[in-house]
Design a protein around this ligand. Sequence first.
Ligand SMILES: C[S@@+](CC[C@H](N)C(=O)[O-])C[C@H]1O[C@@H](n2cnc3c(N)ncnc32)[C@H](O)[C@@H]1O
Length: 361
Amino acid sequence: MLRDRLLGNPGFQRWAARFPLTRPIARRRAYRLFDLVAGFVYSQVLLACVRLRLLERLAESPRTAEQLAPALGLDLAATRRLLAAAESLRLVAARRDERFGLGDLGAALLANPGVLAMIEHHPLLYEDLRDPVRLLREGGGGGALQRYWGYARSGAPDELPAERVADYSALMAASQSFTAAEILDAYPLGRHRRLLDLGGGEGAFVAAAAARHPELQFILFDLPAVAERARDRLAAAGIGGRVRAVGGNFFGDPLPPGADVISLVRILHDHDDEPALRLLRTARLALPKGGTLLVAEPMAGMKDGAPIGGAYFGFYLLAMGSGRPRSEAEICGLLRQAGFAAVRAIPARGALFTRLIEARA
Ligand SMILES: C[S@@+](CC[C@H](N)C(=O)[O-])C[C@H]1O[C@@H](n2cnc3c(N)ncnc32)[C@H](O)[C@@H]1O
């Protein structure tokens, strides 16, 4: 293709980098390309900042490298090296008198405990991604992520003991805050009576929905050991009376009846097509005629070009050994195959990570 030949031509690249009208575009493209090349290093700088609690320390008050070094357990040269790296990534920012404070990205990160928890979780993913070609050739599973997500490829997920679900359930709860807000902003649950949150984890989404909709009742369904955690958490939050937490396996057990809306939040992408379709059929049968199903998760091929669906979840789920991110069109197709009608994508309106699809039983 002419465009590809032109963009790859060194003479054209040199010209575009000098010519005033193309210079900013050429520079943005070069930096974006370098970001692709060096992204894994940025992630390790980020991990060092998080593990050493650098951002929390700077949020207390701006500090110099000399003041930070003993608290970080690093010598002065290493502290300066980390600060320079973090400054170039806008995690920290230089202030007066050789002090450093939070950079704009550092401040945003600190406000989001879910993202901090994901960063601490990512070493497992790096481990599995060490040889991406092998991962693609041999298929995922069998590595650190499959062990972490105990239900992935498990023949008996409902027998997982409490200690095998604790870490992933806590991670999901921590990262639910931005997901729940995006879903609840986009879809008015107030028109419903009772929501069944299928694979509802330890109840963070239900708790957020309960806070917004005081009239709504809830059923949460998840693996027995996870439902147990949900019971404790929801009781501690003072909403145990509005939520029935039911333990079971959504691939084998009947779903609790009585809901007029079912949500699948970050569930479908965990499963390959055949079980995903089975799950959708089970959900349809648990709804009254005209009842609503909501699918909410990061999706592939997002129109704004965000790489989260295709690149991040594509490889994350590959490593986990189960599921894949699907596009809106693919999920709509599965829903129709499962017998749902009036299938539609709900406009994202500012949502960054989660897309929503609604369908009627
Ligand atoms: C990625 S987590 C999402 C949790 C929650 N919806 C959220 O967004 O925070 C997937 C959830 O599905 C549950 N799950 C997986 N397989 C299941 C099964 N066969 N039956 C019931 N729940 C299952 C897991 O225990 C986990 O809580």
